[in-house]
Design a protein around this ligand. Sequence first.
Ligand code: FAS
Ligand code: PHB
Length: 394
Amino acid sequence: MRTRVAIIGAGPAGLLLAHLLHRRGIDSVVLERHDRGHVERRIRAGVMEHDVAELLDRVGLGARMRRQGLVHGGINLRFAGRTVRVDFRKLVGRTVTVYGQHEVVKDMIRARLDAGAPILFEAEAVAVEDVATSRPVVVFRHRGEVRRLEAEVVAGCDGFHGVARRSIPTSHLTTYERRYPYAWLGILAEARPASEELVYAHHERGFALLSMRSPTLSRLYIQVPPDTDLADWPDGRIWDELETRLAAPGFRLERGPVIQKDLTVMRSFVTEPMRHGRLLLAGDASHIVPPTGAKGLNLAVADVTHLARALFALLKEGREDGLERYSALCLARIWKVQHFSWWMTTMLHRDEDELPFDHRRRLGELEAVTGSRAAATWLAENYTGLPLDLDDLV
Ligand code: FAS
Ligand code: PHB
């Protein structure tokens, strides 16, 4: 098989890249190791930054998001028995859209299939070869056969556990990692969300988050030890813990059938550089953030805006300058977002081994952030998303 761009992974990064290339008349093939149902059912992120929602709209992927997504003008921080709303519209004039990542993936796959553009499901990439040449190859397994996809560029959009990053010699990479001494136990429940907007709660017993997917579907998380066994957490225990940690005057959590339960480990991770010859990494293949700042999906989209432009220059005009700038452009944003995600995480979670000083200082930090327009504005700027350059993309 031959194409211009071989894209490994049908997550938000791979699918958005394929869509932007197709709109510019550049052929690509998407290889996805799971079947379509698996990727469309996988519940992950839920919050879209202001400019990400705008981009999806402008490139024809936002119709269902605009119909079903929930536009939020703020979030609530709950601590020491108080709830303080951070008003995004008042502070920065921007919003976020709550719309499940799996819904975005469905919309992108639908657009890909409607365009009659190639996407191979149950096609697992097993190696990436000749990336130092202008004819790199992806070796993949599909329907019991080992096949080769020749391209001019390979986009490694295959997530943290994918093959692309592992195809780069470790001598060419520098990785940075921080593990957190806690994880998130998440549930998706058929229960009316007990708050219009998200509630991030810092509690003596640990962090809790109230989010949602629709007016009848709640998405909720509690901080648990990283080696937690889900079998130790029957539904009733989870609801009891959520009620305790989210408690506030006049607040009543509605319970309902839990339709999904999952555990997410918390790590900060960055690979530098994000390019090796004609192999480019984007999204979780290159970096991971703890989900407290709701940045994972949004950072993947930001990478793709730079990667799409670099490939337009290379494949339409024969210019390599976009490839040469790609990594530095992405990393400039990535490290700011890594800081924000680390800050939101350490500000809101309790660390079992922390000093009493740090526990008390953290309450001071929450008071300082919610009591200062300047500090709350910085939070709002980052939570609604640093500006994306959308010019000459749409
Ligand atoms: P993805 O991981 O989404 O997509 C990679 C794709 O590549 C997958 O479909 C995978 O099957 C495929 N693939 C992997 N190896 C392959 C191979 N060898 N061949 C072919 N295909 C291959 N972010 C938030 O903002 N908020 C959250 O609450 C949140 N929760 C998360 C929970 C979990 C369990 C995980 C793992 C991540 C979560 N994230 C969250 C982060 C998540 O949303 C990512 O940032 C986002 O999916 C990144 O998108 P991609 O880079 O496209 O990677
Ligand atoms: C979600 O709705 O899944 C969600 C929202 C905000 C976060 C993380 C996850 O910070």
